[in-house]
Design a protein around this ligand. Sequence first.
Ligand SMILES: [Zn+2]
Ligand SMILES: [Zn+2]
Ligand SMILES: [Zn+2]
Length: 255
Amino acid sequence: MKITLLGTGTSQGIPVPMCACKVCTSTDLRDKRLRCSALVETNGLSILIDTSIDFRQQMLRAGVKRIDAVLLTHHHFDHLFGLDDIRAYSTAQQQFINLYTCPESEQEVLARFGYAFEKPDNLKYGLPALKMNVVREPFKLHDLLEVVPVEVGHGKLNIYGWRIGNFAYLTDCKTIPEPSYALLKNLDVLVIDCLRYTAHPTHASLPETLAYIERIQPKRAYLIHMSHEVMHTELESKLPDHIRVGYDMMEIVVD
Ligand SMILES: [Zn+2]
Ligand SMILES: [Zn+2]
Ligand SMILES: [Zn+2]
């Protein structure tokens, strides 16, 4: 399984327009972060986690040739609003693409993108063609790959992280409910929210992220969704070897 981090920044992206801070003006490419999304390639499937607002740019940059399914974590604009551009893939593939979501996000997705779902003519007219799947338990993708929703707390919202094999992706998580820990055992790779150094009401900050990693005990962990308070080299120098700071276009291989 190969995971490509397509974007690793918080909702504003880095650099932030009009900001002259040392991270926004850094020349280190690892400090340039599009909004969070990841591509998982395994078992011949190409699975996208979130359609970030930078979707189009991310697909072109990573040269993504196919999308078999979208796993949505939640409906906030930074994770969802690139969805319309999936028309390029549904049209090229001439098929409806399955989108999997948590119950909290179903109505929000339909309110904004209802025209994209289950309209038979969309394939013919080049419009986005999607099928809605509200997930309440683990399911088999294309009858061959088990995908496990992992509930996390994001402020007032209960949203999903996703586990595939021994890889899990938890973005925008402030809290991890007790039952979710049972779904996060024996991970080779955990990708997890780490907004900044100080506390935030809806995102894990560094001390919380490190405590989650300590409890979950993955073999390796990668931090994502960083704000412009986080300089790549500065944060990474404070971390043990098995925890790394994610960056855009980082490739992670899981056996
Ligand atoms: Zn976010
Ligand atoms: Zn800045
Ligand atoms: Zn969010």
